[in-house]
Design a binder for this molecule. Structure first.
Ligand SMILES: [Fe+2]
Ligand SMILES: [Fe+2]
Length: 466
């Protein structure tokens, strides 16, 4: 592990002068981007952050005060496994690819660029949130997520520079040029162009959208292109914290709302967030996050799997047939204005299968939040909408569905849209609650404190020195 180089890394960067020079040239551009588009304010503040000092189980989570621009952006890959093999697809069992196979070059670059683009995008989406943090604990978590997304960008840029030559360098530059929500140069995926300008959005985003990241990274963590697999495996260790922030954040909002509901007819009076607004935020971010898995029936997914580039969730652990040329999967599609079942070859259904794993995982979050409601003695429950609701990609886009997944007309949808998705007034109300609380141990009124602090520190700890 070379921690003291300009670019900390465990890939022996100093032995590859060409790559080192290329990345050192990219570094000031990254810092300029971080300065312009990273968290606004707080750059000179000490933040109690987790920094990787080693990829081993002991070293990857070292905690200390760091100023964000001095965070160790670097390139950390899980150690190579001896005799790694392609774990699925047409080349199942062949030696893993250590270089980019020519015939898969475009597909692989597309996968890496699409993943890489989400990392800076989310930092851009969240850049204003520091000014309205509900507590120092939450502020620190926001910044932890932000610096790690910055490092994930580094990981993808390393692959582009290291394995794709000139067009890889161009793609790495473009990752710093697109801007979330900018109509002229938007980020690639739509969820990453949506505003994330209040903390309810932030928790829903880290719960649902970062969780898509978990499934994409897991599918790539067993890639036959070994450098990508090793990169993704290390990123997954960090991603778990992002989802924790979202899951527990929403749980704390639900808890506070439940407490206020017991004493108030309308929780808006004491400044709480009504359950129905929370539900609408869930509907919004869940549906946009489902789109990130791609079309239900997909020849791309079949090609990526055949090539051994992108597998299924826990491919080695969960499956015995890693070739998957036989078998089929039945899903609901629209045919002649009707919802009907259709059987498709297994390899063409892999996006849908990965999405199904994701939905199961999200349901566990809902169960935890509903337990909070029942523990507080309330009969109300939160739920996930149907996977068909409010989709912009795949079989269901261009059609209208209610929350249960029934096909409805455009007029019916529009008539009840204000009950299904956050309205301008809902967003306005939530934003009106977002007043910064930066005294150690204090917390905003619309959210409950966490059950415990970070890494053994109490909630009252000064997580950010303001
Ligand atoms: Fe990430
Ligand atoms: Fe993340």
């Amino acid at each position: 592990m070379n921690l003291n180089e300009r670019i900390p890394n465990n890939v022996n960067l100093s032995e590859d002068k060409r790559l080192q020079r290329a990345l050192e040239k990219w570094l000031p551009n990254f810092l300029a981007w971080w300065h312009d588009m990273g968290p606004q304010g707080f750059q000179e503040k000490d933040v109690w952050l987790r920094t990787a000092v080693d990829v081993g189980s002991e070293g990857w989570a070292h905690f200390d005060y760091v100023k964000m621009p001095e965070y160790r952006w670097g390139i950390f890959l899980e150690p190579a496994q001896p005799d790694a093999r392609v774990g699925f697809g047409d080349n199942y069992g062949a030696p893993a690819y250590q270089e980019v196979p020519g015939e898969f070059r475009n597909a692989l670059r597309r996968i890496i660029v699409t993943q890489g683009d989400t990392e800076p995008a989310s930092v851009e989406q969240q850049r204003q949130l520091g000014h309205t943090c509900p507590s120092l604990y939450d502020l620190r978590n926001l910044f932890q997520v932000n610096v790690e997304e910055g490092r994930h960008l580094w990981a993808m840029v390393y692959l582009l520079h290291g394995y794709f030559g000139r067009d890889g360098r161009d793609e790495a530059d473009a990752l710093l040029e697109r801007r979330s929500g900018n109509p002229d140069k938007p980020r690639i995926l739509e969820a990453f162009n949506q505003p994330c300008d209040d903390w309810l959005n932030f928790y829903a985003f880290t719960m649902f959208t970062d969780r898509d990241g978990k499934y994409q990274l897991s599918a790539l963590a067993e890639s036959g292109f070994e450098p990508l697999a090793r990169t993704c495996r290390f990123m997954l260790t960090e991603e778990a914290h992002h989802m924790f922030v979202g899951d527990t954040g929403l749980s704390r909002v639900v808890k506070r709302t439940a407490q206020l509901m017991k004493e108030n007819e309308d929780v808006r009076e004491p400044g709480g967030i009504p359950l129905h607004i929370i539900q609408k935020y869930i509907n919004f971010w869940f549906s946009y996050s489902l789109d990130l898995f791609g079309g239900e029936i997909s020849s791309n997914s079949a090609d990526f799997f055949a090539a051994g580039l992108k597998g299924r969730f826990k491919e080695q652990e969960q499956y015995t047939d890693h070739v998957a040329t036989e078998g089929s999967f039945t899903m609901m599609v629209i045919d002649n204005g009707q919802l009907v079942p259709r059987e498709v070859p297994l390899r063409n259904a892999l996006n849908e299968i990965l999405r199904g794993e994701y939905v199961k995982d999200c349901e566990k979050g809902l169960a935890r939040w509903n337990k909070v409601l029942s523990d507080e003695g309330l009969p109300q429950r939160l739920y996930l909408p149907s996977v068909r609701f409010h989709r912009h990609v795949g079989e269901y886009s261009g059609h209208y569905f209610d929350l249960e997944g029934n096909l409805i007309s455009k007029e019916e949808f529009e008539a009840k849209q204000t009950e299904l998705l956050p309205t301008a007034a809902d967003r306005e109300y939530v934003r009106s609650l977002m007043k910064p609380v930066t005294e150690p141990g204090k917390i905003a009124n619309w959210i409950a404190p966490p059950a415990s602090g970070i890494k053994g520190k109490p909630f009252e700890f000064e997580y950010v020195r303001i």
